[in-house]
Design a protein around this ligand. Structure first.
Ligand SMILES: [Zn+2]
Length: 411
C-alpha cells in the first residue's frame, strides 16, 4: 500500500514516516492553544475499482481502503459496520421521507472514535510502538483503550479533569493508564504531545495523527455502500475538533476518486452554541477560528476552546457546499429522548446534536425535506447517563397491586 502525506495548507508532500505528524513549514507557525497547523492527509493511496464483496467491518474491506500493508495488522475487534437506519417513525414525525440515521453508537467502545483508533493502533503495530497516547474529552480515549486492549498496545490517556465519570470508568476497565489533567482539554492536548516526544510513544491525538482522519473515513464508506447506487445529499456531523467531518469528507472523496460514487454529499457541521468556534468562523467566511476561552456545553464531546482540526474542517465544509449550524443545549437535550423514542437509538448529547442540528439546517434552508439526509449519531447515551436523566421524569413507586397500575396509567 503506497501513499504519501500532503499538507492541507501548503500542499507539501512527505513520505510515510512513523514520526511524521504535521508539515514542517506550516507547523512552525503554530500558535499556542490554536488549531493545529500543517495537518497532513493521506494521499494517492491505491483504491479498489469495485466495492469489496464483504461486510464493511471485514478485514478484506478495510484492507482495501485503509493505508496499511496488510489486513493482518488490524486489531482483532469488530469496529464499524454499523447500520444506516431508515427509521420510518422519525421520517414520518419530521416529514423527511428520505432521512437516515447512521447509528455509530454501536461501535465497541460506543462511539465513532473507534474507527480512528482501529487504524491508529494498526499503524502502531506496523511501526513497532508498544504504547499509544491520546488527549481526549473521553470518547477518543475510550476508543484507544478498547482497541489497544484488543491488540495488546498499552494506552496512556490524558483527560481533562471534568470528563464524565462513566467515560473515565470505561477507560480504567480497558486497562488504560489514565492521567486526569488539571485544566482543559487543550491543556491535556499539549501535555500529551510533550509526553509522546519525551517518552517515544505513538501519539493518537485527533488532528495531529493523520491516521485519525483517515480512519474515520470508514463511516462515509459505509453510508455510501449502504445507499449505493444513490448518494446522500447531505450528512449532518456533530463537530468538536472537526476531525470527524474531515474524515467523512475523505471517505466520500476517496469513493469519487475510485469511481464508486458520482458526487460527494454536502457536509453540515453541528456545534453547541457554547462551543461554536467552527460554526462562527464559517458564517464569517474565515479560514480559521477564534478560540472560545469559556467553551461550555452539555455535549462534553463537542466542547473545545480551539478546535484542533478547524482549518481542515472549514475547508471541507466549503468544498462540499455544506454549512455549519449552532444548536442550544436545550435543543440537544430534547433531541436525546426524541431520537430514542422514534428510532431506538440512545445517543449521548453530542450524538443527539445531529438531530438538533437538523431542525436548524431545515430552518436555514441548508437541507430540503425531499433530500437524502443522513444524521451521523456519534456516541451512545450510556456514555453520559446524567445528561440524559435531565430529560426524563421518573415515576414514584406504585403499590404491588394491579389496581395501583390501572390507577397510575389511567387504564
Ligand atoms: Zn504545510
Amino acid at each position: 500500500m503506497i501513499f504519501h502525506f500532503r499538507c492541507i495548507e501548503c500542499g507539501s508532500e512527505y513520505p510515510e514516516d512513523p514520526k511524521r505528524l504535521v508539515c514542517d513549514s506550516c507547523s512552525a507557525q503554530q500558535e499556542p492553544g490554536g488549531p493545529t497547523r500543517g495537518v497532513l492527509q493521506v494521499e494517492n493511496q491505491e483504491l479498489p475499482a469495485a466495492w469489496p464483496p464483504t461486510s464493511p467491518s471485514s478485514a478484506e474491506f478495510l484492507g482495501a481502503f485503509l493505508p496499511i500493508p496488510s489486513p493482518e495488522l488490524l486489531p482483532p475487534l469488530v469496529v464499524g459496520g454499523t447500520p444506516l437506519l431508515e427509521s420510518p417513525r422519525l421520517r414520518s414525525a419530521l416529514g423527511l421521507p428520505h432521512l437516515s440515521v447512521k447509528d455509530d453508537t454501536r461501535n465497541p467502545s460506543g462511539s465513532t472514535k473507534d474507527r480512528a483508533s482501529l487504524l491508529v493502533v494498526a499503524k502502531a503495530r506496523e511501526y513497532g510502538f508498544d504504547t499509544a497516547a491520546t488527549a481526549s474529552t473521553g470518547n477518543a480515549a475510550a476508543a484507544l483503550a478498547a482497541v489497544g486492549a484488543a491488540a495488546g498496545i498499552r494506552s496512556v490517556v490524558f483527560v481533562p479533569e471534568s470528563a464524565p465519570e462513566a467515560k473515565l470508568v470505561q477507560l480504567l476497565c480497558y486497562g488504560a493508564v489514565v492521567l486526569p489533567v488539571e485544566g482543559s482539554y487543550d491543556d491535556a492536548f499539549e501535555l500529551c504531545l510533550a509526553a509522546c516526544d519525551a517518552f517515544g510513544w505513538y501519539n493518537r491525538s485527533t488532528a495531529l495523527n493523520p491516521f485519525t482522519i483517515e480512519g474515520k473515513k470508514t463511516a462515509a464508506l459505509e453510508i455510501a455502500a449502504a445507499m449505493a447506487p444513490d448518494v446522500p445529499d447531505a450528512v449532518l456531523v456533530p463537530t468538536g475538533d472537526g476531525a470527524i467531518l474531515a474524515g467523512v469528507w475523505k471517505g466520500f472523496s476517496d469513493l469519487v476518486r475510485a469511481g464508486l460514487i458520482k458526487r460527494e454529499p454536502r457536509l453540515i457541521a453541528v456545534q453547541p452554541e457554547g462551543s461554536a468556534a467552527i460554526a462562527r468562523a464559517f458564517s464569517e467566511g474565515a479560514e480559521t477560528i477564534t478560540p472560545v476561552p469559556e467553551a461550555a456545553s452539555v455535549a462534553d464531546s463537542l466542547t473545545v476552546q480551539a478546535p484542533r482540526n478547524a482549518i481542515l474542517c472549514l475547508k471541507r465544509i466549503r468544498e462540499s457546499g455544506g454549512g455549519a449550524v449552532a444548536v442550544s443545549d436545550e435543543s440537544i437535550l430534547e433531541a436525546i429522548p426524541y431520537l430514542a423514542r422514534h428510532t431506538g437509538v440512545f445517543a449521548e448529547p453530542a450524538g443527539a446534536a445531529a438531530l438538533a442540528g437538523l431542525h436548524v439546517a431545515l430552518a436555514e434552508g441548508l437541507v430540503g425535506r425531499e433530500e437524502r439526509v443522513v444524521l451521523l449519531v456519534t456516541g451512545t447515551g450510556l456514555k453520559d447517563v446524567p445528561a440524559a436523566s435531565r430529560t426524563v421524569e421518573r415515576a414514584a413507586p406504585v403499590r404491588p397491586e394491579l389496581n395501583a397500575v390501572a390507577e397510575r396509567l389511567g387504564v
